[in-house]
Design a protein around this ligand. Structure first.
Ligand SMILES: [Zn+2]
Length: 87
């Protein structure tokens, strides 16, 4: 392995230890639920899902969004976060 690649890997490890460096601004996930496949999106600070529960409950979340938040862990976008620019 050349030294340039080694230094990039070391830098990536340092970056990964500082998760505030990264923030998800938007994403689209196809989620296979028990009864159908749904489109879950996060865009401009707002989660949405095409499932019936998302619209019917009006809570701004559903089991699919909650599952994705768990899968994303520390990187899961938080709708209530103010939009602070990454400098
Ligand atoms: Zn849903």
């Amino acid at each position: 392995m050349n030294s340039s690649l080694i230094s990039k890997i070391e830098k990536a490890r340092r970056y990964a230890a500082e998760p505030d460096r990264a923030r998800i601004e938007s994403l689209h996930i196809r989620f296979r639920g028990d009864h159908d496949v749904y489109d879950v999106r996060f865009d401009r600070g707002v989660w949405s899902c095409t499932c019936h529960s998302f619209e019917a409950l009006g809570l701004g979340t559903c089991s699919h969004i909650m599952a994705i938040e768990r899968l994303l862990g520390i990187l899961a976008p938080r709708p209530a976060e103010p939009a602070e620019p990454l400098l």
